[in-house]
Design a protein around this ligand. Sequence first.
Ligand code: C5P
Length: 227
Amino acid sequence: MKKIIIAIDGVSSTGKSTMAKDLAKELGYTYIDTGAMYRAVTLYSLQHGFFTDGGIDEPKLQAAMNDIDISFRLNPETGRPDTYLNGVKVEKEIRGMEVANRVSPIAALGFVRRAMVAKQQEMGRAKGIVMDGRDIGTVVFPDAELKIYVTASPEVRAQRRLDELKAKGEAASFEEVLENVKTRDHIDMTRAESPLRKADDALELDNSQMTIAEQKAWLLEQYKKVI
Ligand code: C5P
């Protein structure tokens, strides 16, 4: 069967990664979470003191880029990939609010994006992938056979993220999460380097009122149309 590239982009906390993971599993494809890569760079920056009062110490981060190795390994228990930073599993650390509050300025840096995009293109070369992020259909794989752009209201997204955090035992308030979702969207959409936008040929999905099962059925329908 022909293998394709499926690009899933959209605003923060729409459940893109859940959709992408499920779809990849169903199709026997590899799932690649590009947000996890920017989150891992952010965690590295926190660990190495690159955040200063005035912002980010860009020269130090740039000099360290070659020392940042990000990889994914399938977790046999969950059936999903875990993120590793320099050989250490960081799945829990990258999902917390400390990283969430700092990731968008890191992802706005051109040298960070260039390094991540090159890695993502390499990972997708053999096709048979579902990749989610912000610039997959516009920059990473502009020729992807299927492009989806996911949206949902900020309140719905904040509630989903809050439920996720609570399930993991992380404390956060609805207001804090809502503020984070809105701030990240704003930074992601207004940055100079590959801002978040819907690719002209992407299909838009507003999943505010959809169940996970409905989203999966819709995605499979779109996949069958292009295959
Ligand atoms: O998808 P997730 O919410 O984990 O992404 C975290 C952050 O990483 C986003 O808010 C965005 O700033 C950045 N990102 C990006 N480009 C991608 C994926 C994520 O700029 N392809």
